[in-house]
Design a binder for this molecule. Structure first.
Ligand SMILES: NC(=O)c1ccc[n+]([C@@H]2O[C@H](COP(=O)([O-])OP(=O)(O)OC[C@H]3O[C@@H](n4cnc5c(N)ncnc54)[C@H](O)[C@@H]3O)[C@@H](O)[C@H]2O)c1
Length: 252
């Protein structure tokens, strides 16, 4: 399929997991992709695998919690590829696993910096570029933890709930400008983020495996395909939603 033929896309946190797979899926569908990540090795490896498969991609080292970096990331898309059509605000950190009274203040601030402010900077500078360029589609990563409370993830869940709300604001404010904004709420996806949690808290593996009504964990590709739908014209009348991709978890 070539759902993003001649489109320019930016994916944050594209050096690992869902972001990396989404960058690949976008490139496989014809997009030129700006791979943005704080992790240079992961970002460069993501670009290499896209280019090796005949796609077009460039890496820009980005700490998405820095407004200057976020702006430079968007400028890379405009300077290298002539504009911005699709932005996936994917980068996030999981933060600590702790009940509220034991959640460190610094850790809470860091989760908000990356998971909420990072998405806000992406929206702000991405929308500025799209206003110049005749519109586009923005997808931001929320989570089931932004829809319902998942114990011991208060900072992460609060940031994700705010991402879904920011998405509604962006959708409404720019509906007239051909800019769509949606979010995605994955359940449990087999990535480094989940592997780290299992390594630190082995008891969580069983819990993760039994979270979704559908068996097992999601594959990053299953999330990337949903992001592709929201990023492409297949979803031309969809804006302001948070799309669950969680094996039926929220239907319970
Ligand atoms: N894996 C899951 O089960 C799951 C479930 C629900 C939602 N999500 C969301 O999906 C998104 C991707 O998660 P993943 O599982 O692929 O995670 P991951 O840890 O595998 O990848 C996250 C990437 O973001 C990058 N990153 C971290 N901080 C950054 C910063 N300040 N600036 C730029 N890049 C930064 C990391 O270097 C990494 O490459 C996240 O928003 C996450 O919250 C994941």
């Amino acid at each position: 399929m070539n759902l993003l033929e001649e489109k320019v896309a930016v994916v944050t946190g594209a050096g690992s997991g869902i972001g990396r797979q989404t960058a690949k899926t976008f490139a496989d569908n014809g997009a030129s992709v700006v791979v943005a990540d704080i992790d240079t090795d992961g970002g460069q490896a993501a670009v290499e695998s896209i280019v090796d498969a005949g796609g077009e991609a460039t890496f820009v080292e980005t700490d998405i919690s820095s407004p200057d970096d976020a702006q430079a990331m968007i400028e890379t898309a405009v300077d290298e590829y002539g504009g911005l059509d699709v932005l996936y605000n994917n980068a996030a950190i999981e933060g600590p696993v702790a009940r509220l009274d034991e959640y460190e203040n610094d850790a809470f601030e860091q989760v908000i910096e990356v998971n909420l402010k990072g998405v806000w900077y992406g929206l702000k500078y991405g929308i500025q570029a799209m206003l110049e360029d005749g519109g586009g589609s923005i997808i931001s990563a929320s989570s089931i933890g932004g829809e319902v409370a998942v114990p011991q993830y208060s900072g992460y869940g609060a940031a994700k709930a705010a991402v879904s709300q920011l998405t509604k604001y962006a959708a409404i404010e720019y509906a007239d400008d051909d800019i769509r904004a949606n979010a995605i709420a994955p359940g449990i996806v087999r990535t480094e983020m989940i592997e780290r949690s299992i390594e630190d808290h082995p008891e969580m593996e069983e819990q993760f495996l039994n979270t979704e009504p559908m068996p097992g964990l999601a594959d990053p590709e299953e999330i990337a395909n949903a992001v592709l739908f929201l990023g492409s014209d297949l979803s031309s009348r969809v804006t302001g939603v948070t799309l669950p991709v969680e094996g039926g978890y929220l239907a319970q």
